[in-house]
Design a protein around this ligand. Structure first.
Ligand code: GRF
Length: 194
């Protein structure tokens, strides 16, 4: 059984999509072992608890990135986590974190990377006049939203779109793409172990 950790900072709709897909058997041989938030008031925490998933809040407080990450790494190792899914986790990971789980950290981003990395990707797409945007699941490395791309889904930018309407249509695709991609990645990990 692959043990997943999902890291969030906010509402956690991708976390819910992943957890529900796992529960429905759409991500074979997987369980969501823990949801970790760096924000005590993240809306996603209650949704994880409702689903019977362990939650943990690890706030940054006055610590450095390294100190904060060390606590997160320890929590992940203690629970023998195989794959970490960032889902709206609004923190850049330290090198130590990335090295501890290299090739086992995924992120979802609301644009067709390498276009529009960083914050407000949907707004960036609108400003650029792009007719096509979408979402990307990628491995996390030391670069900002720059790690190897695993899967993408296109979403058309429509005339009259606002950041809200475009974000909502991209989000719908995110909720399908993330569980599908996690299943693919776990399958590859399994084949590599055989
Ligand atoms: C999503 O758009 C995701 O792509 C980005 O942050 C947002 C998180 O939304 N990284 P949610 O917390 O999963 O609802």
């Amino acid at each position: 059984m692959h043990r997943l950790a999902i890291l969030i900072s906010g509402r956690g709709s991708n976390m819910v999509a992943l957890a529900d897909a796992v529960h429905a058997g759409a991500v074979p041989n997987a369980e969501v072992a823990i949801v970790i938030s760096d924000q005590a008031h993240a809306g996603g925490l209650a949704k994880a608890t409702e689903r019977g998933i362990e939650t943990l809040v690890i706030e940054r407080r006055a610590r450095t990135r390294e100190e904060h990450d060390r606590e997160v790494i320890a929590a992940l190792k203690e629970r023998r986590i195989d794959l970490i899914c960032l889902a709206g986790y609004m923190r850049v990971l330290s090198t130590e974190f990335i090295e501890a789980f290299r090739g086992r950290i995924l992120n979802i981003h609301p644009s067709l990377l390498p276009s529009f990395p960083g914050l407000n990707a949907q707004q960036q797409a609108l400003h650029s006049g792009a007719k096509l945007s979408g979402c990307t699941v990628h491995f996390v490395d030391e670069t900002l939203d720059g790690g190897p791309i695993i899967a993408q889904r296109e979403v058309a930018v429509l005339d009259g779109d606002t950041a809200e309407t475009l974000s909502a249509r991209i989000l719908e695709q995110e909720h399908q793409l993330y569980p599908e991609t996690v299943a693919t990645v776990l399958n590859r990990i399994k084949s590599a172990q055989v």
